[in-house]
Design a protein around this ligand. Structure first.
Ligand code: CAA
Length: 379
């Protein structure tokens, strides 16, 4: 068993760390305040090869492993989870799905520009009445011969307005339930496709979350991913990898809040000592460090299983469940350690606390992760 990162992993970590500190950090408070999408920063992440990290170079990607992806997600998320969610969705839910299940034409046309970071993708599963209950799709894709006629609404879509390429799950044959769902590639600009207003969110406020409306959108049959009725399995399989990304995002949020807390505890004086001299603070930091290390090991293990081609659904859900709960607990404690300073924006921890919450909700709530885990346990 090998617990050390390779030289290559360490180099990737340093590159992501430098980028987070030098490029993401300076504007992160303002972007959060004004709900501003990190457009220039995402462009630069694309140039670094971080938007198609695991895609083969043949299709414009960087050909890295899932452990590298987890490392990059952690480092970026220590500073800016609004930027890292773009990295996660583009890599896991869009590029991975297209490379694994798309045909050659789809890879050339859609995957290439997404992997190179020239375009951004979105994954469209959630609906007003289909969040956790993802089989209950109301968006329809009626088979019209050589095209599908798509009607319906998608909710809370990350990269909703910024994306150019959308993978949309829609029901073609309701009598077949989830086996009647298709995954369709829809391009921005197709007639009848409109983007709703940006959501005003508690956290990850810089990310671009919108509802999407489809009214008689004609989608060529060539844009269907996989066989007829493969859409739900496509969504579930891509979400497995997505959960490694969000687990690593949660890990990064926790680690970012922890590092700020250690620094603050060493500097801040109270009762004639530094906070770090007080056992009440030492114990909090010890708990944070322990949980973060456990979360990191779960993230790396899930990524490693994926890299080995072994089943990783349960491991990814365990990582996401534990890391997101760790992010919530750690950031709350970080605000507590910072006291009054923790409650104002300049010290970053209040934002990390708000950002942590979404990691318990998107790509499956903590309850959904428990369903996935317990099904495996009880098999
Ligand atoms: N890979 C492939 N197929 C899978 C699968 C997987 N990981 N998991 C399930 N399936 C298949 C099953 O084999 C089954 O197929 P058959 O009937 O043909 O055998 C089919 O899918 C249905 O499976 P279940 O019976 O397990 O379905 P269920 O209704 O009980 O639901 C669930 C399972 C785990 C609750 C699922 O609905 C789920 O994960 N819900 C949460 C959805 C979610 O994560 N949404 C996130 C939105 S995306 C997002 O947040 C992105 C963002 O913006 C950041």
């Amino acid at each position: 068993m090998q617990f050390e990162l390779t030289e290559e992993h360490l180099m990737i970590r340093q590159a992501a760390r430098d980028f987070a500190q030098n490029v993401l950090k300076p504007g992160v408070i303002e972007r959060d305040e004004h709900q501003k999408f990190p457009a220039e920063e995402i462009k630069q992440l694309g140039e670094l090869g971080f938007l198609g990290m695991m895609v083969s170079p043949q299709y414009g990607g960087s050909g890295m492993d899932a452990i590298s992806y987890a490392i990059v997600m952690e480092e970026l998320s220590k500073v800016d989870a609004s930027a890292s969610v773009v990295v996660s969705v583009n890599n896991s839910l869009v590029c991975y799905g297209l490379e694994k299940y798309g045909n050659e034409e789809q890879k050339q046309k859609y995957l290439m520009p997404l992997a190179k970071g020239e375009k951004i993708g979105a994954f469209c599963l959630s609906e007003p009445e289909a969040g956790s209950d993802a089989t209950s799709q109301h968006t329809t894709a009626i088979d019209m011969g050589d095209y599908y006629l798509v009607n319906g609404t998608k909710n809370w879509i990350t990269n909703g307005n910024t994306a150019s390429t959308y993978i949309v799950m829609a029901q073609t044959d309701a009598t077949k339930k989830h086996r009647g769902i298709n995954a369709l590639i829809i391009e921005k600009g197709m007639d009848g496709f409109t983007v709703g207003p940006k959501e005003n969110k508690l956290g990850i406020r810089g990310s671009d979350t919108h509802s999407l409306m489809f009214t008689d959108v004609k989608v060529p049959k060539a844009n269907r991913i996989g066989e007829d009725g493969f859409g739900f399995k496509f969504a579930m399989a891509t979400l497995e990898g997505g959960r490694i990304g969000i687990a690593s995002q949660a890990l990064g949020i926790a680690a970012g809040a922890y590092e700020l807390s250690v620094q603050y505890a060493k500097e801040r004086k109270a009762f004639g000592k530094t906070l770090a001299d007080l056992q009440a603070i030492q114990f909090k930091l010890a708990d944070m460090a322990t949980e973060i290390e456990a979360a990191r090991l779960l993230c790396y293990r899930a990524a490693w299983l994926k890299d080995q081609g072994l089943p990783y659904a349960q491991a990814a859900s365990m990582a996401k469940l534990f890391a997101s709960e760790t992010a919530m607990r750690t950031t709350i404690e970080a605000v507590q350690i910072h006291g009054g300073y923790g409650f104002v924006k300049e010290y970053h921890v209040e934002r990390l606390m708000r950002d942590a919450k979404i990691t318990q909700i998107y790509e499956g709530t903590s309850e959904i992760q428990r369903i996935v885990i317990s099904r495996e346990v009880l098999k």
